[in-house]
Structures are given as structure tokens and as C-alpha cells.
Design a protein around this ligand. Structure first.
Ligand code: SF4
Ligand code: SF4
Length: 453
């Protein structure tokens, strides 16, 4: 079987055996649910409810506020208890709507109704996706209706479904593809109906042969959909690596996949598009992996967004040993946190609990082994970028293409000196971005001043 791939990258211990064979479990939480107003890239949503209001499952409780923003939908029925700042798994305090669960899960009228998307216009489909509050569930959180509305619709020739799931330990996409493949295929057909020239590609890493076989069988009679096996290698699911593997087209930080004729969506996002458009079910639930060697019974749960992770960990039998390290969203690109009493958001794919903290090892001097360069999937020079960052040499950082770093973590993973390469490079990127923003604002100020003279 020919397998598609990219340059660089790493082979990690994948830890997927811990949870991959356990069927999905649906969990209905008992406690309050918390809905941060910012669970996506772009402007925070604007609340449509107030303290004391009653809400239903499927009700829009906060609306998209701007071009790049997204609706927030209640996944529970109950009463709004507060709108206040709450901590999220990204380590930020974010204004959130807190709802007291009435345990009835009463749905709003029309929720779950069948809809024939073939009778809908393209605008109606895009609007349904927007109303449903769908964002990239793979972790990016980019509003999906914006992605489905590229500048040049006629240029799109590929719709790629990202089924790589290359982050170690995560198996939520795997269980979704194995148990509900028709949702993914249905969602892909809906996206294809928006782009007249496009063909669909379902791209899956070859460590999931059962899923590849299942999809090949299910699309055998579809002339416009192909299933492609990807070589199992991290970060195969990164947008740039995936687009390159499938099309041999090269993305960079200044280009969107749509500029190269591609629309790329994670499998969970594609399934959500199907649910929103064909089943009138907005984004109220998601699948999360609970895993790691500290967890009693690693598995995947289908949960209402807003559920507290404490309840999910409890449903997985709790921790058999007090974890030294908690990670949300995958060990390579996720966030390390000190507590698990946090709400599930649209983009939280997992909670991982580990007995040891592998990162708690001292950094030492670079031995110039070159491994970080060799494994960088973007052909960057990580140690050079780290040194430029440490010495505040921002021009040098820019010349070395530091802004292209996608934060995949491969360089830090392979470094025998345990240098925190990725962390320093990402921090330097933030500093450069804010300096560029300041420079832009200053330039605008001078321009306005000159025009008003
Ligand atoms: S420099 Fe950036 S893109 Fe390259 S390996 Fe390190 S984190 Fe990944
Ligand atoms: S992998 Fe680590 S030790 Fe090797 S060159 Fe890169 S920074 Fe230096």
C-alpha cells in the first residue's frame, strides 16, 4: 500500500493501545456546565442570556460577534447561574456562562429534525454551519463557516478530511471513524456539494488499518471520494504536512489551504457538519479521550460541551495514582495544567494523566548533534532560533524563518540536551507578533496624522 508522507518528523511512543479498543461511552453530567465565550479563534461570542434565564439543549446562549467568531450553544437544560470569569484548559481566565443542570436535558424545538441538504442552497448550508457554532475540533478552533467560504470557491479542487490523529495517546477520532463512519462520509458529501470542481480525500494514518479498510469499503461506489493511507509519523495531521502529503503543494504561514485549492477539516468537524446540516443538531457534544498511565480505565467519552473534566475522570475510574503531570489536548501540542476541574470546550480533545513528569528534566548545553534540524518538518534550524530568541535578536529570528514554526514540538522531543526549543521559539514568535502589531499601529497613527494636516 503506497503511503503518503512529508520530510522530517518523528516516531513517538503512541500510547494509543491504552484506550483505542474501548467503545465510546455517552456521559450525562450531573453538575453545573460552564461555557467559555471564547472557544474559538477570533472575537469572543456575545452572551444572549442573563443570570436567572432558563435555557434548553440546542439554544444559542452566545452569538458570534464579528467575521471571525462563533455561536455558543447550550448542551444542557437548566438555569443560568452566572456569567463570570472561569479558568479553561488553555490556562486562561475567560468570561463564561455557567448553567445549573436540571438533569432533564430538554431540547429546543426542531433539534434533531431530519433535513435534506440536496434541496438546500450553498448559502443555506453555510448558514446552518454558522448557526450551529462549528469550529475546528482538532484543536485549532477556527470557525468552520469561514473556512467553507473561501475567496475563490471555483479554485477548490480538494476537500481533505484529516483522519491522521497523529498526537500520541489520542483515540477520539479513531473511535468516531470506527463507530460512526457514515457521519464522516455524510459530512464530506455536504462539503463537496459546496465546491463544484472538488474531489474528496479521507486521509488516515496507516496505524489504523481497520478504519482505512472500513472507509474504503463504504466509499467503493463513490466516484468523487478517495481514501488515502498516510505514513504514521508525527506531525502527519498538521495542516501543512497533510496538504503536502495529499497534493504535494507547499503551504506556509502566509497562505491558507484554500489559497492552494484545499479545504481541510478534522474528522470530528466533518461529522459535526453532517449533524448540523442533515440532523439539525448544533455543536453541543464532542468526544474526549481520557488516558495516560495514571488513569484507572482509559477510554473515550461522548460528552456535552461544558461538562467538568472531574466528572469524566471519575467515570473513567479516577486516577489509580496521583498524576505528576496533567495534559489537555495531546502530549506534543497540548497544555500542561495543575488541575483537571475544568470545562470541556469545543477544542479540548483529551485529558491525559501521567505518573511521571518527563519534562521535569534539567536543560543542558547544546552538543551540536543536529537532531533538531534533521527532524524539523519545516526544515528550520531550531537551536539557532532558540538562541536568537534568548538574545532578543528578532531580525535574525525573522531571517531564519522563525515565524514559520508550527509549534509541533519535534525538536524538543529529539533533543538529548532537553532544551526547551519549542517553548522559546513560540514565545519569541509572540513577542515578534506584538512588535509587528505595535509597528503597524504606529505607522497608521503617522499616516492619519499626515492626512489630517
Ligand atoms: S522549530 Fe518549530 S516546526 Fe521545527 S520542529 Fe521545532 S517546533 Fe516543530
Ligand atoms: S538537538 Fe539539542 S543538542 Fe542537538 S543540536 Fe539541537 S539543540 Fe543542540
Amino acid at each position: 500500500m503506497a503511503r503518503l508522507t512529508f520530510m522530517g518528523g518523528i516516531h513517538t511512543f503512541d500510547g494509543k493501545d491504552l484506550s483505542k479498543d474501548q467503545p465510546l461511552v455517552t456521559l450525562l453530567p450531573k453538575g453545573d456546565l460552564v461555557f467559555p465565550l471564547s472557544q474559538h479563534i477570533g472575537a469572543p461570542a456575545k452572551p444572549l442570556v442573563e443570570k436567572g434565564d432558563s435555557v434548553l439543549v440546542g439554544q444559542i446562549i452566545a452569538e458570534s460577534d464579528g467575521m471571525i467568531s462563533s455561536n455558543i450553544i447550550s448542551s444542557v437544560s437548566g438555569t443560568v447561574k452566572a456569567i463570570e470569569k472561569r479558568l479553561t484548559s488553555e490556562g486562561k481566565m475567560i468570561e463564561s456562562i455557567v448553567i445549573v443542570n436540571d438533569h432533564e436535558y430538554t431540547i429546543i424545538e426542531g433539534y434533531g429534525a431530519d433535513c435534506d441538504y440536496t434541496k438546500m442552497s450553498k448559502d443555506e448550508i453555510r448558514n446552518k454551519v454558522k448557526e450551529a457554532g462549528i469550529v475546528g475540533l482538532g484543536g485549532a478552533g477556527f470557525p468552520t463557516h469561514v473556512k467553507l467560504t473561501p475567496k475563490d470557491e471555483g479554485k477548490i479542487d480538494y476537500v481533505i478530511v484529516n483522519g491522521a490523529e497523529c498526537e500520541p495517546y489520542l483515540t477520539s477520532d479513531y473511535r468516531l471513524m470506527l463507530e460512526y463512519p457514515h457521519l464522516v462520509i455524510g459530512g464530506l458529501k455536504i462539503i463537496l456539494s459546496l465546491f463544484d470542481k472538488a474531489k474528496g480525500v479521507i486521509a488516515i494514518e496507516d496505524n489504523k488499518p481497520d478504519v482505512i479498510a472500513k472507509f474504503k469499503d463504504l466509499v467503493a461506489n463513490e466516484t468523487n471520494i478517495e481514501v488515502k493511507a498516510l505514513k504514521t509519523k508525527y506531525p502527519q495531521g498538521g495542516e501543512r504536512q497533510l496538504v503536502y502529503a495529499v497534493t504535494k503543494r507547499r503551504l506556509n504561514s502566509k497562505k491558507l489551504p484554500a489559497d492552494l485549492g484545499c479545504i481541510v477539516n478534522n474528522v470530528g468537524t466533518v461529522a459535526s457538519i453532517y449533524m448540523a446540516v442533515a440532523k439539525s443538531t448544533p455543536l453541543t457534544h464532542r468526544i474526549v479521550t481520557v488516558s495516560g498511565d495514571a488513569v484507572a480505565n482509559p477510554q473515550n467519552f461522548y460528552v456535552p460541551i461544558g461538562t467538568n473534566f472531574e466528572e469524566i475522570v471519575e467515570a473513567a475510574g479516577g486516577f489509580k495514582t496521583q498524576p505528576k503531570k496533567l495534559i489537555f489536548g495531546g502530549p506534543m501540542m497540548g497544555t500542561s495544567m495543575f488541575t483537571f476541574k475544568l470545562p470541556v470546550t469545543k477544542t479540548t480533545s483529551s485529558i491525559l494523566g501521567f505518573i511521571k513528569d518527563e519534562a521535569a528534566v534539567e536543560e543542558s548545553a547544546c552538543i551540536r548533534c543536529g537532531r533538531c534540524n534533521e527532524h524539523c518538518p519545516l526544515n528550520l534550524m531550531p537551536i539557532g532560533l532558540q538562541m536568537a530568541g534568548i538574545h532578543n535578536e528578532y531580525e535574525k529570528f525573522l531571517k531564519m524563518d522563525g515565524m514559520e514554526c508550527c509549534g509541533c514540538g519535534c525538536c524538543s522531543y529529539v533533543c538529548p540536551a532537553n532544551r526547551s526549543l519549542t517553548q522559546t521559539i513560540l514565545q519569541t514568535k509572540q513577542v515578534v507578533l506584538s512588535k509587528q502589531q505595535e509597528h503597524h499601529e504606529l505607522h497608521e497613527l503617522h499616516k492619519n496624522h499626515a492626512e489630517n494636516k
